[in-house]
Design a protein around this ligand. Structure first.
Ligand code: NG6
Ligand code: CA
Length: 500
């Protein structure tokens, strides 16, 4: 008896301490846009698109001018965000098809798991693109392992991208709105007999494809991959923004109010196909891509004003960012090149999505926490995979050893302009190195540009650029600086374990 009581005592004491600590921990809202460029946001200087809601976060928070994703494409970028590991450490972390198995090992530590252990309730709503299921998914049954197994109590997701099948919403591992007499089938190998594709039924398309998107047609839009059935469950692209905002508000309304929340909200814009709601059509002169950015900004406004109205703003740390650099034409005929005019989504950076140049990973990054931060510009070098360790430090969480994630909480909260020393970037299997103001690109060969017209960063020789003097990486200084080049090469090799 006595022993039991004694054994219970420390546990009780601990429980009461951590309970009161937990109440002080802020909610965390992580908004990740898809393919949004620095130059798409007016707070970063866009004169052609107006993003008042994102700007409000920037004006009243910390706006990072040296904020980075780890990869210039979505899957590896988001993998690093949640696991705190560089994506190139996992050979499978590349753009995934919609039927790919869950990429994050269910045994791996993740940021949301760390937060759950600190008493957070966690949710993921919107774009996922990290796989789900075991690779042999029957979409008519509970999907296992679902995204919930990597640390989210609630999930409502699109499996991959808005241009990939299955074009359905998956809520807690179940396809939403599926009818028993209309099962859904998905294949990335072959079409299902009699199902229309862009090649067999071009007349069914309201948006034409330019590259790659010529399989199943859903909602008049040709996709990557084949799909059959599930008619009632299929999403309508133009309603996706409203759908996810509805889910976000519903989640916030019905959550357990005694616990802090961590909500990852993955915006689907301005990724292709750009099909904003009718009320945003024509809101810019840039066509669907610009209008989709305005729609994304509206989504941000909706969730922030919800926080305001429900008195949550002061106790919610908001992170706004994008998964990779921008792209103009990404495979559909959507007037994005034709109507680009003077708009520069890259904001003077070189490359963009898919690129190893700076524009591949240099993204908008804003931290807003009403009443807690001194608004400022920060040029600290920060990367999204540092959120894990930094948020861990903020909430007193246990962050495992051996992560690539570093604790830069002081930089994220604007207490210092000192961030990372260096950083490795990934672009479709290739790596580059950033240290201080310099970026180093190995002598990759291959296509110089892909069909998107983004320069890929295959220079065919070592590239060394001084980003402070040469933001657009126009002058390769490798030949003139042999010592610096060698030093950068040896640091790079040491970190990534590769010999170039
Ligand atoms: C590419 C698609 C592109 C986009 C990208 C993934 C083609 C020609 N291009 O393969 O449209 O879907 O994959 O984008 O099919 S990401 O932002 O999710 O990484
Ligand atoms: Ca993306």
């Amino acid at each position: 008896m006595r022993n039991t009581a004694l054994r219970l005592l420390p546990a009780l004491a601990l429980a009461s301490v951590s309970c009161s600590e937990k109440q002080q921990n802020p909610n965390i809202l992580l908004i990740v846009a898809d393919d949004l460029g620095l130059g798409d946001v007016s707070a970063y200087g866009s004169r052609t698109i107006c993003t008042p809601n994102i700007d409000r976060l920037a004006d009243n928070g910390i706006r990072f001018t040296n904020g980075y994703a780890t990869s210039s494409t979505s899957t590896p970028s988001r993998y690093a965000l949640f696991t705190g590991m560089y994506p190139w450490r996992n050979a499978e972390a590349k753009i995934l098809p919609g039927d790919a198995p869950l990429l994050i090992d269910t045994e791996m530590p993740t940021m949301p798991k760390m937060l759950q252990a600190e008493g957070y309730q966690t949710a993921a709503i919107g774009k996922w693109h990290l796989g789900m299921g075991d690779g042999d998914t029957d979409w008519n049954k509970p999907i296992s392992p679902s995204a919930n197994t990597v640390g989210f109590d609630y999930t409502c997701l699109i499996a991959a991208t808005n241009d990939r099948v299955p074009t359905v919403y998956v809520e807690n591992g179940l396809v939403e709105g599926l009818e028993a007499d209309d099962p859904i089938y998905v294949s990335y190998k072959q079409n299902f007999e009699g199902e229309p594709t862009a090649l067999t039924h071009p007349e069914m398309m309201k948006m034409k494809w330019y590259d790659g998107h010529f399989n199943s047609i859903v909602n008049g839009i040709p996709r990557i991959g084949f799909m059959k059935g599930g008619q009632k469950a299929r999403w309508v692209d133009e309603q996706m923004a409203d759908y996810f905002i509805g889910k976000v508000k519903n989640y916030l309304d019905n959550r357990d109010k005694d616990k802090p929340f961590f909500l990852y909200y993955g915006l689907h814009q301005p990724h292709v196909p750009r099909a904003p709601h009718q009320r945003f059509v024509g809101s810019t002169d840039l066509g669907p891509r610009g209008d989709a950015v305005v729609e994304a900004d509206w989504c941000v406004g909706e969730v922030i004003s919800y926080l305001e109205k429900s008195g949550l703003a002061e106790n919610t740390l908001v992170i706004f960012t994008s998964d990779n650099g921008p792209v103009v034409n990404d495979g559909y005929c959507d007037d994005s090149e034709e109507r680009l005019g003077t708009h520069d989504p890259r904001n003077g950076t070189r490359g963009g999505k898919y690129s190893l140049f700076d524009g591949g990973t240099h993204i908008p990054l804003i931290i807003y926490w009403k009443g807690h931060l001194t608004p400022m510009l920060s040029d600290a070098l920060v990367s999204q995979h540092d959120f894990f360790a930094s948020i861990g430090a903020l909430v007193g969480g246990s962050v495992p050893e051996g992560l690539d994630s570093q604790n830069h909480l002081d930089a994220f909260l604007g207490r210092t302009q000192q961030g990372r020393v260096d950083l490795i970037h990934e672009a479709e299997g290739r790596l580059s190195y950033r240290k201080g103001k310099y970026s180093l690109l190995p002598p990759y060969t291959g296509l110089v540009r892909n069909k998107t017209l983004n320069e890929l960063g295959n220079l065919g020789e070592w590239g060394l650029f001084d980003l402070e003097a040469d933001f657009g990486e126009k002058h390769n200084i490798a030949a003139d600086n042999p010592e610096l080049l060698e030093e950068m090469k040896s640091n790079f090799s040491y970190i990534c374990g590769l010999n170039f």
